[in-house]
Design a protein around this ligand. Structure first.
Ligand SMILES: Cc1ncc(COP(=O)(O)OP(=O)(O)O)c(N)n1
Ligand SMILES: Cc1ncsc1CCOP(=O)(O)O
Ligand SMILES: [Mg+2]
Length: 215
């Protein structure tokens, strides 16, 4: 995948695991979100009630197949072993996970996404070989309890003004009411959890976000 293809894939990025879907079936949620136009998916099985062991791997494998059928890039959160086992297209790691340079070295053919909270972390991620950045939290979020302080779209502007042109998404608390400023600040796309996974209609939620980011 070249850089423009990656930018296009990052346009509407769903990050999700079973704890984010309420009573809904995560497979059905992902199916609806794909129908609504999501362009990338991250399997992030984290939080209260998260599956573990074989059940986690089984769900990951089913979601992976669904993404493959629809040509939606499939990314695994945090875990290199799981990314390899599921033949993922990539991995997303944060500042508290394995060092980006080592992951880049080990997973040569995968997309490597790295979380950055300021221009210094963004610069370091670029130097370590990240393919894209996840910058946040853009707004207050109830999904990630250990999230850092809210950065706001202004942090994306600062990262861009610092000369970093790497593909980049904003993440954290983004929904249809506040997605536009994230794109206007210089993001290639938005990454969302609850705005789609916890919506009454994940398909309609994705369609609405798609219209906003492409306005
Ligand atoms: C696209 C994207 N951006 C940021 C994150 C957060 O990653 P991290 O800081 O490692 O936190 P966890 O998601 O692992 O709890 C992400 N997952 N995806
Ligand atoms: C994974 C992650 N990283 C920073 S904020 C966040 C959670 C985003 O979830 P939501 O879109 O529901 O606020
Ligand atoms: Mg992480």
């Amino acid at each position: 995948m070249n850089s423009q293809q990656l930018r296009d894939a990052l346009r509407l990025y769903l990050v999700m695991g079973s704890p984010n879907c309420g009573r809904a079936d995560p497979y059905a949620v992902l199916e609806a979100a794909i129908a609504g136009g999501i362009t990338m998916f991250q399997f992030r099985e984290k939080g209260s009630g998260a599956l573990e062991g074989p059940a986690k791997r089984e769900l990951g494998a089913r979601l992976r197949r669904l993404c493959a059928q629809h040509k939606v890039p499939f990314i695994v959160n945090d875990e290199e072993g799981l990314a390899l086992e599921l033949e993922a297209d990539g991995i997303h790691i944060g500042q508290e996970d394995a060092p980006a340079a080592a992951v880049r070295q080990r997973l040569k053919n995968m997309i490597v996404g790295v979380s950055a909270h300021d221009p210094e972390e963004a610069q370091a991620a670029l130097a370590e070989g990240a393919d894209y950045l996840g910058v946040g939290p853009q707004y207050a979020t109830r999904t990630k309890l250990d999230a850092r302080e809210v950065r706001g779209p202004a942090m994306i502007e600062r990262i861009r003004q610092g000369g970093i042109r790497l593909p980049l998404v904003g993440i954290g608390g983004i929904d249809a009411t506040n997605a536009a400023p994230v794109i206007q600040a210089g993001a290639d796309g938005i990454a969302v959890v609850s705005a789609i996974a916890a919506a009454g209609s994940p398909r309609e939620a994705a369609e609405k976000l798609w219209r906003i980011i492409n306005r």
